[in-house]
Design a protein around this ligand. Structure first.
Ligand SMILES: Nc1ncnc2c1ncn2[C@@H]1O[C@H](COP(=O)(O)OP(=O)(O)OP(=O)(O)O)[C@@H](O)[C@H]1O
Ligand SMILES: Cc1ncsc1CCO
Ligand SMILES: [Mg+2]
Length: 279
């Protein structure tokens, strides 16, 4: 059966969404920086990883969008994320804020609040991180989401919490990732259902999603469609990797194959496999 989401966005999805190669400025964590850069390259975007504020003014003149990721903070990175976000606000450059490990420390929560107050176009994290953002109890551990934040009741609670935030900030699209992905703007809420459990078992999948969303903002998609396209494309790459793999599929092989698919599936009608529904 055709997903209502595919139906709604069919005309857009059938254009070549990957055609333009946006230059994407990323300030992200050292753990997964290479995965994010390659995921962008594999999908016909151009990454530049740059976190020295002395060059921001020049870099901002060249880039299409900005990715800010809280994964691995330091005093310098803290400053640099704030400076970049303020510049983005001043130049109205689309920005994705990735709230990695939000429940782990007060430092992350304070920084995230400051960044969001200044500016944001897409604000994302895993389901547990987004529960923390909404002031709901969160069962995340470190940078990973917790299973009890992924039940139907918890998803409904998070959707309501994000709707409250979106009413106050109608320009922002909020995304919580997990087995089901919750997407909320001031007038639209939906749950996306693609992906496989293996995607939670190698590091950086959330960071890759953040980078990909940024690239679609840089291609001029609205925040909502950039989120739908990036999450669904990556998750369908994961589903395809499992279907292609010999069982038992080791996680290093799964990682290799999902990354291969990032470069390959865009030539195919991947979007017909989108699963999800409006809420
Ligand atoms: N159990 C699952 N089933 C299906 N898809 C999943 C599952 N877990 C994660 N995903 C998908 O994997 C991607 C990353 O989501 P996840 O919530 O794991 O991010 P994250 O915890 O921020 O990742 P990381 O911190 O490792 O960068 C999303 O596209 C999400 O839909
Ligand atoms: C493991 C880890 N620690 C901080 S960031 C990161 C990568 C997942 O975002
Ligand atoms: Mg995860």
């Amino acid at each position: 059966m055709m997903s209502p989401i595919f139906k709604q966005y069919q005309t857009l999805l059938q254009t070549d969404l990957f055609e333009y190669a946006p230059l994407v400025h990323c300030i992200t964590n050292e753990i997964t920086i290479e995965s994010v850069a390659n995921a962008l390259l594999y999908t016909n975007a151009k990454p530049i990883m740059a976190d020295d504020p002395r060059e921001f003014e020049e870099i901002f003149q060249q880039t299409d969008a900005l990715f800010l990721n809280l994964g691995n903070l330091s005093a310098d990175r803290d400053q640099c994320l704030s400076i970049a976000n303020r510049l983005a606000q001043q130049t109205q450059k689309p920005v994705v804020l990735d709230l990695v490990g939000l429940a782990a420390s007060k430092l992350r929560r304070t920084l995230a609040q400051d960044l969001i107050e200044t500016y944001g176009v897409v604000v994302k994290g895993n389901l547990s991180e987004m529960r923390t953002l909404c002031g709901l109890t969160s069962n995340g551990r470190g940078v990973d989401g917790g299973a009890s934040d992924q039940t139907e009741a918890a998803l409904t609670e998070l959707t309501k919490g994000l709707q409250d935030l979106a009413r106050k900030r109608p320009e922002i699209c909020f995304l919580g990732t997990g087995p089901t992905d919750v997407v909320v703007t001031h007038d639209t809420s939906l749950w996306l259902k693609n992906g496989v459990p293996e995607m939670d078992q190698f590091t950086g999948t959330g960071d890759i999603v953040g980078g990909l969303i940024t690239s679609f903002l840089g291609r001029g998609l609205t925040p909502l469609t950039a989120v739908i396209v990036a999450v669904s494309y990556f998750n369908i790459c994961g589903e395809t990797a499992v279907a292609q793999g010999r069982q038992p599929l080791g996680l290093a092989d799964f990682r290799q194959q999902i990354l291969n698919n990032l470069s390959l599936l865009k030539q195919e009608q991947w979007y017909e496999k989108i699963k999800g529904a409006f809420k």
